[in-house]
Design a protein around this ligand. Structure first.
Ligand SMILES: [Zn+2]
Length: 222
């Protein structure tokens, strides 16, 4: 998604910003509740660029692939950079993002490990339910390459075992989707567990109907 020279430019700019933060003892917001290293890009002048990135690239793709989770009505973003390595955050636990659609781009540099592991999309109620075998998906980072996924797709990052890994994250949100979600209970069009439960209810109802028919026909025959 991003050319090597742009990745380097962005990493350099983040380093400049962090250098300034350290020199001036300026207090900055960390990217989210889980990452201690990195910074919010919107805080140092990149908000407009990231808005355009969302509008021109993420929205058209999300409209096609993620319409059921608000992908066609994305309207705000939270953009940040995270750093992993032995002297940074090492790994990231299993979680869902505070986003409808997440863009995750690896900016480099040299590293090993750090694979993402995905374990199925879930609604709030089912966020801790079991993983089905077909939901297991692992993704190795390649500098410049991006992955776009639903925010509710449960995932985590394995340990970055050597070097330093820097990733750009763009959490894209839809205020329309968030408002509508308040009035819904069934998310079987995107939650793996809601879908499984719905199928199970249908299976039981079909089985009950069959039994009913068998009983009736049995009575008629006798
Ligand atoms: Zn559910």
């Amino acid at each position: 998604m991003l050319q090597p020279d742009f990745c380097e430019l962005l990493v350099t700019e983040v380093e400049n910003f962090q250098g300034w933060v350290n020199e001036t003892n300026f207090r900055i917001m960390r990217p989210n509740t889980m990452n201690r290293y990195g910074c919010v890009l919107d805080d140092f002048g990149l908000e407009t660029m990231l808005d355009k990135l969302m509008e021109d690239f993420i929205c058209p793709i999300s409209k096609v692939f993620f319409p059921e989770v608000g992908g066609s009505t994305l309207d705000t973003h939270h953009g940040f950079v995270v750093e992993y390595g032995i002297d940074r955050d090492v790994e990231l636990g299993f979680h869902v993002d505070d986003s409808e659609v997440t863009l995750n781009v690896c900016l480099g540099k040299q590293f090993s490990g750090g694979d993402l592991f995905f374990r199925g999309v879930r609604c709030d109620k089912h966020v801790n339910s079991e993983t089905q075998s077909e939901e297991i998906f692992d993704y190795p980072h390649v500098p410049g390459h991006a992955i776009l996924h639903r925010g509710r797709h449960r995932h985590g990052a394995r340990a970055t075992t050597s070097g330093r890994r820097v990733n750009l994250l763009l959490w894209c949100r839809s205020s329309v989707f968030r408002e509508l979600k308040k009035y819904q209970k069934d998310f079987s069009n995107w939650c793996g567990e809601c879908k499984r439960e719905k199928k199970e209810r249908q299976r039981q109802s079909i089985a009950a109907t069959k039994l009913e028919i068998l009983k009736r026909d049995g009575q008629t025959a006798s």
